[in-house]
Design a binder for this molecule. Structure first.
Ligand code: ZN
Length: 157
């Protein structure tokens, strides 16, 4: 696997020094696994008045899956729900690009360190590693919003 060395270093740095690792109080807890690689994550989200105030997690697996959870924590905590969801969608788009998206400035502004995973998108087997915590976050957020009765689409007429 050949990745841009600066990006590779960023990923390794998050792997060695994870941001916000450990389980803390949360509204919802989810557990996701990536059977193809053996990665696991337990993730909790905490929302306060529409702001994501914490993403706490414990996990094990390859450096990409664990670094990705660290990047998610750093990037997402403090964001409003809608902004966080947009960030997740942008990351998903990048990861599903099969290496065809070269992150531009606008994308870097949204994704910050997460652009480091751009090169990973060329390797289908590793895309699931990078997305594990992000899909767990999406799942947990959907559940949290539902519990709050805040899921706009679910509001009955
Ligand atoms: Zn993995």
């Amino acid at each position: 696997m050949k990745l841009d060395s600066m990006y590779q270093e960023l990923i390794l740095d998050h792997y060695k020094h994870p941001h916000g690792r450990g389980l803390r109080e949360g509204d919802v807890e989810v557990h996701h696994v990536n059977p193809t690689c053996g990665d696991e994550i337990t993730l909790r989200v905490k929302y306060d008045d529409g702001t994501l105030t914490d993403v706490s997690y414990e996990g094990q697996g390859c450096s990409i899956s664990q670094a990705s959870a660290s990047v998610l924590n750093e990037l997402m905590v403090g964001k409003q729900v809608a902004e966080a969801q947009k960030t997740q969608e942008t990351f998903l788009e990048l990861m599903q690009s099969k290496g065809k998206i070269e992150p531009d400035e606008a994308m870097e502004e949204v994704l910050e360190d997460a652009v480091a995973f751009a090169g990973v998108s060329k390797y289908p087997a590793r895309v699931k590693c990078a997305l594990l915590s992000w899909m767990a976050w999406k799942d947990a957020t959907a559940q949290a919003l539902e519990a709050l009765g805040d899921g706009a689409e679910r509001k009955s007429a």
